[in-house]
Design a protein around this ligand. Structure first.
Ligand code: SF4
Ligand code: SF4
Length: 209
């Protein structure tokens, strides 16, 4: 069965929200194209993203930080597939917080009006750009992706002000180094995911902003 880009994006969001069957289905699909550098980059990036969303509890870091990622930076992109989810769940006033800038593109200006204290008031339906923070959407990753040659695990950048991202990166680096020592080579995305899951799987939700 063929799946289109929007379906892949929705499966990705389900996965990042903790539906591991969806996430593993996505890895199965992407693995067929792992020989392409940009796909391999994306797979490693997704594994860092799910580490932050599902496996590693960063709630204390986010609470102490106060939710800076929702307050500073460029506007958050909200794509068509995000909008479809939001449209069904938000009231008319809340939908007006999204600024339409193209056929299939909206923006949420920061400071984001959906932030309540340090928390996101639309946590369960927040856009992909928020779910993937900071390992995919930030401008800093542009350099990392442009210089990635398909060898090794990308050295993702984390903004100075984001202790949660730093914690996740440190933990992931430790897992990667342990795997390098064990295997004698850099782990594939699947090997990295399996090791992350075996160390951190808990059948409960973690809380991030
Ligand atoms: S993800 Fe990073 S920047 Fe955002 S609230 Fe958590 S610690 Fe702060
Ligand atoms: S939608 Fe939620 S997570 Fe995204 S910027 Fe707004 S408050 Fe932050």
């Amino acid at each position: 069965m063929k799946i289109n880009a929007d379906q892949i994006n929705l499966i990705t969001k389900r996965g990042l929200r903790g539906d591991l069957k969806s996430f593993e289905r996505l890895l199965d699909f992407l693995e067929k194209y792992e020989g392409i550098s940009v796909i391999k980059y994306g797979m490693y990036s997704l594994i860092f993203q799910i580490a932050m969303n599902k496996f590693i509890d960063t709630s204390k870091d986010c609470e102490e930080c106060g939710g800076k990622c929702c307050q500073i930076g460029y506007p958050v992109p909200v794509y068509g597939f995000d909008y479809e989810e939001l449209r069904n769940r938000l009231n008319t006033d809340d939908l007006k917080k999204l600024e339409k800038v193209g056929n299939n593109l909206f923006l949420l200006r920061r400071p984001c009006q959906f932030q309540k204290g340090w928390l996101c008031s639309i946590h369960k339906i927040k856009p992909y750009a928020c779910l993937s923070y900071p390992f995919a959407t930030e401008d800093e990753q542009k350099e990392v992706i442009n210089s990635y040659d398909g060898k090794g695990v990308p050295d993702f950048k984390v903004p100075e002000y984001c202790p949660a991202g730093k914690r996740v990166k440190d933990i992931m680096n430790k897992i990667i180094n342990d795997l390098i020592n064990k295997l004698g080579r850099v782990p594939t995305p699947r090997e990295l995911y399996n090791e992350l899951k075996s160390r951190y799987y808990r059948n409960e939700e973690t809380t991030s902003k």
